[in-house]
Design a protein around this ligand. Structure first.
Ligand SMILES: NC(=O)c1ccc[n+]([C@@H]2O[C@H](COP(=O)([O-])OP(=O)(O)OC[C@H]3O[C@@H](n4cnc5c(N)ncnc54)[C@H](OP(=O)(O)O)[C@@H]3O)[C@@H](O)[C@H]2O)c1
Length: 284
């Protein structure tokens, strides 16, 4: 059985490789990377690395040859080829190469999600369904790492600003989603949809965990979007980044990440890391 991991040079890809190599022989795993030279620095000597740039359909199909199970890590929105087009290339190449199973990192409750981040994931899920290739949707909730900069700032200033009101998020560290993804690749009879995440909690609850874990008093500072935006601009963030941060606060406020599920804990045999432990690891 050959396993392939796309975007293998990213944090998710590297963590998935580590987790998967504890479950299957590392020699059965192919690291698929846009930049093969960069990938060679990240994986143990002897790891098979193949080129896999989402913007290059022929290269993808060739590199997916002989892969039985593929972990397809979603790309990033940005300049160049639109992300949905990149994803379409990956799905088509997997089909063309005869990949038997694709596990795709998607967005929480993608069937109903309305957020600006969900559209590409909804399309990709649909293309995978239409492809006829067996698949699982790993609908990952929020990486705890996404809030690291705010957490670090709050530890310095004693204030934790947010504008998501009481919106809840299923935070857990990225490595835990990657461990879940690796496990799903090894299952004989995976489900079609996994809603992966920790127990959804609000920012005030996250801040309580932070205070308990660090012994430092941190005050929740609920702001309106407008005031938060001005604070971020004053702190030196550029307009585009600020727009993204506020967009995320809004999708949290709208409940898009409030998707309770035991799927990740179940896939990890009841061993999903507790949030206080995750926070401690993040701050190490
Ligand atoms: N749920 C969440 O909270 C959350 C948060 C952030 C991101 N995400 C999603 O999770 C994915 C993985 O996150 P991450 O932490 O691993 O991100 P990351 O560390 O920034 O890595 C991104 C990876 O995508 C690769 N990539 C970018 N464009 C590509 C292309 N055209 N073809 C092939 N590979 C390409 C990069 O390759 P290079 O090394 O060559 O640049 C890198 O390996 C993201 O791409 C995003 O879709 C989810």
């Amino acid at each position: 059985m050959k396993y392939g991991i796309t975007a293998a040079t990213g944090h998710f890809g590297q963590a998935a490789f580590k987790s998967l190599s504890k479950l299957v022989p590392a020699s059965d795993i192919v690291a698929l990377a846009r930049n093969v030279d960069k990938a060679k620095d990240f994986f143990p000597a002897g790891t098979e690395v193949r080129p896999a740039d989402y913007t290059k359909p022929d290269q993808l199909a060739e590199s997916f040859n002989g892969i039985d199970k593929l972990l397809f890590v979603s790309s990033q929105p940005g300049p160049g080829m639109p992300r949905d087009e990149q994803h379409h290339n990956v799905v088509n190449a997997a089909k063309q190469a005869g990949v038997q199973f694709v596990a795709y990192t998607s967005f929480p409750d993608a069937d109903h999600a309305q957020s600006f981040l969900a559209a590409d994931h909804k399309k990709t899920e649909q293309w995978l369904k239409e492809s006829g290739v067996n698949h699982a949707f790993l609908r990952n909730n929020w990486y705890l790492q996404n809030d690291l900069a705010t957490i670090q700032m709050a530890l310095k200033t004693g204030n934790f600003p947010y504008s998501a009101e009481d919106g809840k998020v299923g935070w857990t560290r990225e490595e835990n989603y990657a461990a879940g993804a690796a496990k799903v690749l090894t299952l004989a009879d995976p489900k079609e949809v996994y809603e992966f995440g920790g127990k959804p909690i609000s920012y005030p609850q996250l801040i309580d965990f932070l205070t308990d874990g660090t012994g430092q008093e941190i005050a929740p500072v609920p702001l309106t979007d407008d005031v938060y935006k001005q604070e971020l601009l004053k702190a030196g963030l550029d307009e585009q980044t600020v727009g993204f941060v506020i967009g995320v606060q809004d999708l949290i406020k709208a409940g898009e990440l409030d998707v309770p599920s035991n799927d990740l804990n179940d896939v990890l045999d009841g061993n999903l890391e507790a949030l206080p432990e995750g926070i401690a690891k993040l701050l190490k």
